[in-house]
Design a protein around this ligand. Structure first.
Ligand SMILES: *Cc1c(COP(=O)(O)O)cnc(C)c1O
Length: 222
């Protein structure tokens, strides 16, 4: 199946309130353009350098999402154009994003990455960390970032019940954080679900799915 067919099929199957991030990491610009040419405008990358290179080459109405682990010293390279940063997992990182956004006179939307998986390898903060950040006084002074939701990755497993439990946890955390009603926040996004589990994620409350291989085919890491 072609990229365009894959994309159309997935888009048709998604409820209207769910946003599709086309995860294009490792894929060549020609592949991204196939998706672009049938209307896809949101692309997700997990390496800042790669995202910057694609941003430079591609049409400027694309919304670039950073979905990977972010190193603080690299925030400056994407601050000018990044549309949403999914993987914010510390207050230090948030402060750096704010600092770099300010230089470009922008407000950068961010999601707090919550650790919902049991695996140690997955990044993210605890729900308690997230709530502490949102209630801190220093947070309320960061005028160049806005927290628009949460992101999570489930354990890499075939155990659907486990994945479901983790997705439901993220939804609960989201609902609780929303009650805090703090400044610099407009919590509306729950980013969860990838090629293998996005339907389950949507059932559990996801509003944004990050789908790569089901659109672009499997990845070749060299
Ligand atoms: C690669 C990646 C995805 C997409 O994974 P697929 O299984 O190819 O859909 C989603 N989210 C994150 C954070 C990723 O790194």
């Amino acid at each position: 199946m072609s990229i365009q067919n894959n994309l159309n099929n997935i888009k048709q199957s998604l409820p209207e309130h769910v946003t599709l991030v086309a995860v294009s990491k490792t894929k060549p610009i020609s592949d991204l353009m196939e998706a672009y040419n049938i209307g896809q405008r949101i692309f997700g990358e997990n390496k800042i350098q790669e995202m910057v290179e694609k941003y430079k080459e591609m049409p400027k109405d694309i919304k670039w999402h950073m979905i990977g682990h972010v190193q603080r010293n690299k925030v400056k390279y994407m601050a000018e154009f990044v549309s949403l940063i999914h993987g914010v997992e510390s207050f230090k990182l948030l402060k750096e994003i704010n600092k770099q956004a300010k230089k470009h006179d922008r407000v950068i939307d961010c999601l707090l990455q919550i650790k919902i998986a049991e695996e140690d390898s997955k990044f993210g903060m605890t729900p308690q960390d997230a709530s502490t950040i949102l209630q801190s006084e220093e947070f309320s002074t960061l005028k160049n970032i806005k927290i628009t939701g949460v992101m999570g990755m489930a354990t890499f497993t075939n155990n659907t019940l486990q994945i479901e439990k983790e997705f439901k946890l993220l939804k609960t955390v989201f609902d609780e954080l929303k009650l805090l009603n703090s400044t610099n926040c407009k919590l509306e996004t729950i980013s969860m679900g990838m090629s293998g589990d996005y339907n389950l994620a949507i059932e559990c409350g996801s509003t944004m799915v990050r789908v790569g291989s089901s659109i672009f085919g499997s990845r070749n890491y060299n």
